[in-house]
Write a protein that binds this ligand. Structure first.
Ligand SMILES: C[S@@+](CC[C@H](N)C(=O)[O-])C[C@H]1O[C@@H](n2cnc3c(N)ncnc32)[C@H](O)[C@@H]1O
Length: 280
């Protein structure tokens, strides 16, 4: 299986963890639907590249960007190619203002990718009015997707259904034998609280517990469920009937510019071998 590089970077994204997550993806063949209700940069989705999928996120700008990349990567690329050389501070703020005002959906999708790659630490944060307000990142190499990579992502997305909304609405159609992967924002802890602001709403401890309840119900219905969460007593309690595996990670974003070690839990409703993704 060839790996498709996600066209975005995302706080809490699992890009660097995919190879360690892959042994926990069950071998299901082709006849299942893959659900990823906290899509972000879609690291797992682009590794699995399932034949059928339902992908969702509460972030409307993000989902609209995916929809445009899926539908017309050529139009998104045309705008992005023109934006890419403009990496100065003043240009960044001009494009940020344009993004918050623009109604041209393909231009907005390109601006979304541009801002994601050039803003501070790839954070997505909006004001109460819904305006993107992250400062300039001064990144030497923003890592824009190449044309071929954007088209590859578009191909992977072609059979996917996209949903903007709360995670429960994305997984509502999951049935026995399907696979649901939950990767919610990190549990609120003071050091990371700032980085939970992916959307205008906060994702609370109660929302995390809601994920655990939905996961338990899906597992009872015979759906294969996989969850990634930061290690904590609460999480271990909520998922005590699941299989829990620990992985040590270095989080790329924490308070300020620091990085710190953290333990991530890979939680599954099934025993974790063998892998469907032996080659990544
Ligand atoms: C940890 S990130 C997902 C990262 C992704 N798995 C990746 O590898 O890039 C969590 C995502 O959940 C989304 N989100 C926050 N609250 C949500 C909700 N109630 N329902 C669905 N998505 C939500 C955020 O917009 C964010 O994209």
């Amino acid at each position: 299986m060839t790996k498709t590089r996600p066209f975005l970077r995302w706080v809490g994204g699992k890009a660097r963890l995919v190879s360690r997550l892959s042994p926990s993806v069950p071998a299901l063949g082709d006849d299942f639907t893959y659900y990823e209700p906290f899509l972000g940069a879609g690291s797992m989705f682009f590794a699995v590249k399932p034949k059928r999928s339902v992908l969702g996120d509460e972030n409307l700008d993000l989902v609209q960007c995916y929809a445009r990349v899926k539908a017309r990567p050529d139009l998104v690329w045309r705008h992005l190619r023109a934006l890419m050389p403009c990496q100065g501070r003043d240009e960044y703020y001009a494009f940020r203002t344009e993004f918050n005002r623009s109604s041209d959906s393909f231009r907005r999708a390109a601006l979304f990718i541009y801002l994601n790659k050039t803003c501070f630490n790839g954070i997505w944060r909006v004001s109460r009015a819904g305006d993107f307000n992250v400062p300039y990142g001064a990144k030497a190499k923003p890592g824009f997707p190449k044309r071929a990579e954007l088209f590859e992502c578009s191909n992977a997305l072609a059979p996917a259904r996209l949903n903007q909304g709360d995670f429960e609405s994305t997984v509502a159609g999951a049935r026995q034998g399907d696979l649901v992967y939950f990767d919610p924002p990190y549990l609120p802890m003071s050091a990371t609280a700032f980085f939970r602001h992916y959307t205008a709403h906060r994702f609370t401890t109660g929302d995390h517990e809601r994920v655990a309840l939905v996961a338990a119900q899906l597992a009872l219905d015979g759906v294969n469920v996989m969850v990634t969460e930061g290690d904590s007593e609460l999480v271990r309690k909520w998922y005590r009937d699941f299989v829990i595996r620990e992985v040590d990670v270095r989080r790329s974003v924490s308070c300020g510019s620091e990085r710190h070690d953290a333990r991530e839990l890979i939680i599954t409703s099934y025993a974790t071998e063998p892998s469907a993704l032996p080659s990544i």
